[in-house]
Design a protein around this ligand. Structure first.
Ligand code: ADP
Length: 540
């Protein structure tokens, strides 16, 4: 017997229709690319989404067509999220920090019909425009006045495009399993791969983002997503804000410490989210200017491992809870969040920090297991590690028009992360499988060594890679960026390892560099470091 409940589809349109109806006056604030702060409400945004949708119809966009965006976090990008998916087309967010070849590959592979581009990204677009001939229309996301500075032929102006359109759109019926949006993985080793989300997966993921054991976003929050909207849909935050009517504060293209802290303070932001490198810049700025963050309650940090020292600084100096989260483009991206449970409240402070530094517990909707080389499931004892595999309604089942060997025989997605799961359900990423250092038959976690190095007061950023060693196979090399004006030696740093890991895990040597290479999503690019240090030999 079937249940007798209404069969209302879970669609992205329903999110924005809800906010328009029940939170019409809540603000969306953006640092615009043109400069000034822009403010309007959800209701005003909704009107423009309707106009945009009508303009897309006029340009011939149909269900299933891909519409690309090359844009930072701002109100026009927000309108595109809903305007494109709302008519059944696919909002394809593209990371402008990728190399030209990768951008060309992604835009051609996705077969984008229209490309929307922020004013400050036009020079990047100009460099690749000759190689993306299948794109029919380019729209620059700005107003008439600023079009004069655009050095690209035959492109439209966003404000012109929507100006005379009707404020009412006949949104088409959408099946909740229809595709809504597309993101490509960074593709460090091969071509980027597309992950195609559905309306249903986005809405279910948004419920998880809003749950209190998720990111806990609510109507009482002012939310500043530092994580870019081209990076796994800003971790689903724009959709979650629309679901709850939370105020949104978009930082535009300015992610430096001062710009972010100015907005956090002036807009009374309560919740923010970003990768550790961005928070490093913010914390440094705050320490230089002796500023506090009076309204910020919590920040979610993920994308790469969060050093425990960062969690402590946020909590002790700023009274902000710093919550570790883990996920992937293939997972929409939320997988685990490091909220505590009643059963572990009693443990001592030192252990609590260790637990907070783990990547967290899976949310309902994400099933998780660790496996050995023969795909046997391993215990949850917090010690045994294996490859982390996941399953769930917002996990990809295959890549967009691409081959893949990323699944187990029984259909779980293989994350490529090596992890432990403890009896409380906390998952800890030991390493990316390709980054783990294999020394004398044992495994050394590069993440663990990096976290300890960053805990030293003179170290700004650190990376650890394995270097070939005749006797042990590989030994860890620490590559460090010192804080400005600090003198440091290998021995100074090594003393911080005492008592934290076994002696044989200590970095064999330290090399100091001025900066570390980063991927387009803010992770340290270990492949570049491995290439740079490929002939490195330990002395003595
Ligand atoms: P994102 O950058 O949004 O996390 P990607 O798909 O680009 O998504 O990268 C996913 C990978 O990033 C994960 O498989 C994992 O290796 C790494 N990662 C993400 N979050 C964390 C975290 N909190 N700690 C350690 N590694 C992480």
């Amino acid at each position: 017997m079937r249940g007798l409940m209404m069969d209302n589809g879970l669609t992205i349109n329903s999110l924005i229709e809800h906010t328009n109806k029940f939170h019409p006056k809540t603000e969306i604030v953006s640092r615009s690319i043109e400069g000034p702060i822009h403010r309007y409400t959800y209701a005003e945004s909704y009107v423009r989404m309707n106009k945009l949708a009508n303009a897309l119809f006029r340009l011939g966009i149909k269900k299933g067509d891909r519409v690309g965006t090359l844009a930072w976090n701002g109100y026009r990008h927000f309108e595109l999220y809903f305007g494109i998916s709302g008519i059944g087309a696919i909002c394809h967010t593209i990371n402008p920090r990728l190399f030209g070849d990768q951008l060309t590959y992604i835009i051609n592979h996705a077969n984008d019909k229209i490309l929307f581009c922020d004013l400050s990204i036009v020079p990047i677009l100009k460099n690749i425009v000759a190689n993306i001939s299948k794109v029919q229309t380019f729209v620059i996301m700005t107003d008439k006045e600023n079009m004069s500075q655009v050095e690209l032929e035959n492109c439209l102006c966003y404000e012109d495009l929507i100006e005379n359109e009707s404020k009412i759109c006949e949104w088409p019926e959408i099946d909740e399993n229809d595709a809504s949006s597309l993101c490509y993985t960074s593709g460090t080793t091969s071509n980027p791969k597309g992950v195609l989300y559905s309306h249903r997966s986005v809405v279910l993921h948004s419920f998880a983002v809003c749950a209190s054991d998720g990111l806990g976003i609510s109507a009482r929050d002012a939310v500043l997503p530092v994580v870019p909207m081209f990076h796994v849909n800003a971790w689903g935050i724009p959709y979650a804000c629309a679901m709850t009517g939370a105020k949104i504060v978009f930082p535009g293209d300015k992610m430096d410490g001062k710009s972010i802290s100015d907005l956090l303070i002036s807009e009374k932001v309560t919740f923010s989210a970003g990768v550790p490198t961005v928070w490093l810049m913010l914390l440094q700025h705050l320490s230089e200017t002796a500023q506090k963050l009076p309204d910020l309650e919590r920040t979610i940090v993920g994308g790469s491992a969060v050093p425990p020292s960062m969690i402590e600084t946020f909590e002790k100096e700023f009274n902000v809870s710093c919550i570790h989260a883990w996920g992937m483009t293939e997972m929409s991206p939320l997988g685990t969040v490091g909220h505590m449970t009643n059963s572990i409240k009693e443990i001592g402070n030192g252990n609590l920090l260790k637990l907070k530094a783990k990547q967290g517990r899976p949310l309902f909707g994400v099933n998780m297991k660790i496996i050995d080389d023969d795909e046997n499931e391993l215990e949850h004892d917090g010690q045994v590690f294996g490859e982390l595999c996941v399953k769930g309604p917002w996990v990809t089942s295959s890549y967009f028009e691409d081959e893949t060997d990323s699944f187990t025989k029984d259909g779980w997605f293989r994350t490529g992360d090596v992890a432990t799961i403890d009896p409380h359900g906390f998952m800890e990423v030991v390493d990316r499988s390709k980054d783990v250092i294999k020394s004398g038959g044992e495994w050394i976690s590069s993440i663990e060594l990096e976290n300890i190095a960053v805990g030293h007061s003179g170290v700004l950023e650190a990376a650890v890679i394995g270097i070939y060693d005749k006797k042990w196979g590989e030994r860890p090399l620490l590559i460090c960026v010192k804080k400005e004006g600090i003198e440091l030696t290998h021995d100074d740093i090594i003393s911080t390892y005492e008592g934290k890991v076994a002696k044989w895990c200590f970095p064999e040597a330290t090399e100091f560099v001025l900066e570390l290479p980063h991927t387009a999503t803010g992770k340290v690019k270990k492949s570049v470091l491995r290439e740079q240090f490929k002939d490195y030999e330990f002395k003595g």
